[in-house]
Design a protein around this ligand. Sequence first.
Ligand code: PMT
Length: 405
Amino acid sequence: MLSGRRIVLGVTGGIAAYKAVEVCRRLVDAGAHVVPVMTKGAEHFIGRTTLSALASEPVQTSLWDEASPIPHTKLGQGADLVLVVPATARLLGAYAAGLSTDLLTNTLLATRAPVIVCPAMHTEMWEHPAVQDNLATLRRRGVHVVEPDEGRLAGGDAGKGRLATPERIVAEVERVLGPRDMQGLHVVVSAGGTREPIDAVRVVANRSSGKQGYAFAAEALGRGARVTLVSTVELPVPSGAAIRPVETAAQMQAALDELAPTADVVVMSAAVADFRPVAAATGKIKKDAGVPEIVLEPTPDILAGLGAVKPAGQTLVGFAAETSDLIANAESKLRRKNLDLIVANDVSAPGVGFQHDTNAVTILRAGGEAVIVSLTDKRAIARAVLDIVCEIRAGQGSSVTDTAV
Ligand code: PMT
């Protein structure tokens, strides 16, 4: 599977750098062409000669090598994949902030190939909010993260932060470079919570961050799909996705009514308001006039509308955000809205649903077995759901309709 694939292997300055040598050897054994890049810090831990001897080319370390005048763009442009083993807190911070300070960070910014980072550091650093925020940013942008293991760390400490095993890292490389099973499909994803105006400054809103929807967009892009995000939030848009900003349920409905008829897959992960003020006041309602009475009316059920006119061959995915009777409520929505799949999350459980970087779901499909995905990052949830979408489409013999790819 890796035969002939060009992999830039970035090595940064952590004690786990010595394990990058084993990862390099395994990739070369699997047929990959490995281009090694070391940071200055990495040279404190392993010698260039070691990595050069095992990789497909000599190690590169500098932006200023006369033999290759523009290596900062060339390496990234020619890569099928960029893999960073180990990825230090400094590297993750620079990459998330878009700083290009050395050959490796330049390569990361100049590539359109998939990127895998394999963090390794002490537990205190791994758990630091700055590091976790940087990882969340990178994940949202579509970067694949191989989480560190728990175990013995440098200096006799123990805890989470130990580099993943070479087996896990190579398996992730194989997965990411594996078949692009959504190539040629147009996937439309809704993300975020709608905001319904009360007056010129106030809204009826909900706690949706859009993270789950953006994780779907990044995962579908990674699998080769063309993606359009209909979004109420301003998160970094995964590279390659088209974006349709909306705010209210009515605007989201208009965008989806336009996009859905020709989409192959629609994922409705947005939290749409069920009620909105009948009329928004034009100015700001003044408090000296007393407590206002706000009369609400139901919003249109966008998803039910899409289900009612679902074209043949389209896969329609809904969500169910519940705080009780998870499965019964989700099954009822699956049927009523004519969905192929519903992703049920119990949003009262710790770490699940609104705003978290993680989620836990039960995936129900019309006439199929339920699949439970325990608490994990939102990208892994998206992966599990899209695996089932691809399975359903393969079973139906659905064809590719997207001619714009
Ligand atoms: O955005 P995050 O912070 O990452 O959080 C993710 C999430 C909790 C928002 C997501 O996992 C989720 O559950 N999304 C659906 C939220 C919701 O509105 O659920 P619901 O059970 O109320 O609605 C059922 C389905 O109908 C949903 O697919 C919803 O998008 C859709 N709907 C609901 C009301 C409406 N008027 N129109 C709709 O299309």
